[in-house]
Design a binder for this molecule. Structure first.
Ligand code: F6R
Length: 607
């Protein structure tokens, strides 16, 4: 998704901008560009493709100490050099980069065309540059402020004027923007990773706030031009944490990091003495928690599947009716909000537009909405009524892996708290605590031998269609496994409850459509085995993920990925990790761009 970097200070702006854009690559993009102001001389360079290609065409003479840069992920207009940012007006005095979508850009554009403006791109963003130029009378921040009053939609903007070589105006409405405070240098960025090599002191802008930066100063204002005193915060993550740590791919590193990241999600949150947990961020008293009659979880993509695991745990163990809904559907269905329902929005990035808008809609109706997020200081944690950080550390690969296992961990702890407040005995509580504590070591056991998963992925990567089948707690894991395979290997895969295949999907089964069955040794094992036999009877190839020693499964399937025997409650962890590896090795075999799969963005900040 689009990214913004801005710089004002003593360094060569082009270098800072290109480095910042490189850090934003993980968000996904299709083109990039920078503009620097060299003593009143604006120079812009932009093109489709990767940052390294852009870097190759930036001349060494590209001087200037103030500048803005952008990675674009096309929304309005095709992927072309002209549509890449920065954009400028006719006189080429105003130059800007923009994240978000301007809904009324066509009306404004038509009016500006009548007034004599000519446009070089098809973007909604260029319209903003022309509008600012038409309202500019010598004060850049006033022109920007007057402009945003005319815009409908979402925007994070960084704007420069040719005649003001050491100033950038930033404005936020619905698209994140953060100010970085350095020593005689200032930064702007859509995401802290772009600037954290230079400073850890940041200010998060809220919607309808504007900032003016120069090398030595920053001033923040609301849209009524009232100056604001904003809190300076310290970024907790180190840049080292973002490096690949010796692995070839971020996704690989993030898969192998899970024993530690899962631990971080529950450490300090378990109370063995009370066989319960603590989640301070919920901001709820025990009396409030005991009155909850229903829980609804709202999210998108992988976070949605983690939410499904959460709802299953809450309903089956804490005995509170719980369900999961797609964020994109919640916003427009005029949802019914009841006072005794507690809502959770789950989002790794904390910036997913569908999830954010669903949260706002629920809050508008009076709901209490809590967040389960990874990126500290992102919009959802700041706007929710409380919540829990999953503490995964930065997830750079576009495909989410460690965030999923940390999100479900938070739901295990939440389930434990809610269940222990109700009927769950001390002994049953301790069973959940011990099960959770055993997960990191069980995963390390899986990591000791991943060759068989690699080998199976290699042999099966020639197939074009897959079914992923699981039941109960592992049904959502099957859906997540199918999503992972689709998004990084581009192999078509559908996830179903294995009981559902007889209601339709079994028609797809033949020797060219393998099925991947999740077979834990739980109460549904025998039923899953029956489903495997149905597939085998139709000449379908079957890979099973099964518990070590389950010879009956080994006899009826074509290939097995073994996982250690464990408390059935923890099988979602032990099943999902081999599925992540299966997708990863399949993608490697097919020479896909594992960390940045086509058409996908890490943080989906448009609807
Ligand atoms: C899948 C994936 C996406 C995200 C989804 C929600 O690997 O990365 O499906 O899970 O876009 O993103 P967050 O969790 O940031 O709200």
């Amino acid at each position: 998704m689009c990214g913004i970097v801005g710089y004002c200070g003593p360094k060569k702006a082009a270098d800072v901008l290109l480095e910042g854009l490189k850090r934003l690559e993980y968000r996904g993009y299709d083109s990039a560009g920078i503009c620097v102001n060299n003593m009143g001389n604006l120079r812009t360079i932009k093109r489709t493709g990767k940052i390294k290609d852009l870097r190759n065409i930036v001349p060494v003479t590209f001087e200037g100490h103030t500048g803005i840069g952008h990675t674009r992920w096309a929304t309005h207009g095709e992927v072309t050099d002209e549509n890449a940012h920065p954009h400028s007006d006719d006189s080429e005095k105003i130059v800007l980069v923009h994240n978000g979508i301007i809904e009324n850009y066509q009306t404004i554009k038509n009016k500006l065309i009548v007034e004599g403006h000519t446009f070089k791109s098809d973007t909604d963003s260029e319209v903003i540059a022309h509008l600012i130029a038409s309202l500019y009378t010598g004060n850049l921040e006033s022109a920007v402020k007057e402009t945003v009053f005319l815009l409908k939609g979402t925007y994070g903007l960084a704007v420069m004027h040719k005649d003001i070589p050491d100033k950038i105006v930033g404005v936020r409405n619905g698209s994140p923007l953060v100010v970085g405070i350095g020593d005689s240098e200032m930064f702007l960025a859509s995401d802290v990773t772009a600037i954290m090599a230079h400073t850890k002191q940041v200010i998060y802008l809220e919607d309808k706030e504007l900032v003016v930066i120069t090398p030595d100063s920053y001033k923040t204002f609301d849209f009524n031009e009232q100056e604001l005193q904003k809190k300076v915060e310290n970024i907790g993550w180190d840049l080292d944490q973002i490096e690949k740590d010796g692995y070839d791919y971020f996704m690989e590193k993030e898969i192998y990091e899970q024993p530690e990241s899962i631990l971080r999600a529950f450490v300090g949150r378990i109370d063995r003495e009370g066989a319960t947990g603590h989640l301070g961020g919920l901001n709820m008293t025990p009396a409030e928690l005991i009155n909850i009659k229903r829980i609804q979880i709202v999210a998108a993509g992988t976070s949605y599947y983690a939410g499904m695991v959460g709802a299953y745990l809450i309903e089956s163990i804490a005995r509170i009716p719980a369900s999961t809904e797609l964020a994109s559907e919640v916003r427009y269905k005029n949802p019914v909000v009841q006072p005794d329902t507690l809502y959770f929005v789950v989002s790794q990035s904390g910036e997913t537009a569908d999830t954010l808008y669903a949260m706002k809609e629920l809050q508008r109706k009076g709901a209490r909405v809590l967040g389960v997020c990874n990126v500290v200081g992102s919009t959802i944690p700041r706007k929710s009524d409380g919540g829990v950080y999953i503490h995964s550390g930065p997830e750079i690969a576009v495909a989410s892996t460690k965030a999923f296992t940390s999100q479900i961990t938070v739901f295990y702890v939440l389930t434990l708290i809610l269940a222990r407040m109700r009927h769950l005995s001390f002994e049953e509580g301790i069973r959940i605590v011990s099960a959770l504590e055993s997960v990191p070591d069980k995963l390390r056991e899986i990591f000791k031998d991943t060759n068989s998963i690699h080998d199976i992925a290699k042999r099966y990567s020639k197939y074009e269609n897959f079914l992923f089948l699981g039941r109960g707690l592992n049904y959502s894991v099957a859906l997540e496994g199918a999503l992972k395979l689709k998004e990084i290997s581009y192999i078509h895969a559908e996830g179903y409850s294995s009981a559902e295949i007889k209601h339709g999907p079994i028609a797809l089964i033949n020797e060219n459509t393998p099925s991947l069955f999740l077979v834990p040794d739980d109460n549904l094992r025998d039923k899953v085995i029956n489903n495997i036999k149905e597939v085998k009877a139709r000449k379908g190839k079957v890979i099973a993920i099964a518990v070590k020693g389950d010879d009956e499964v080994a006899k009826i399937v074509d290939d097995v990925i073994w996982i250690p025997s464990a408390d059935p409650l923890t099988y979602p962890y032990l099943m999902v990790v081999p599925l992540q590896l299966f997708a990863f090795y399949s993608a490697i075999e097919l020479k896909r761009d594992v960390d940045q799969p086509r058409n996908l963005a890490k943080s989906v900040t448009v609807e």
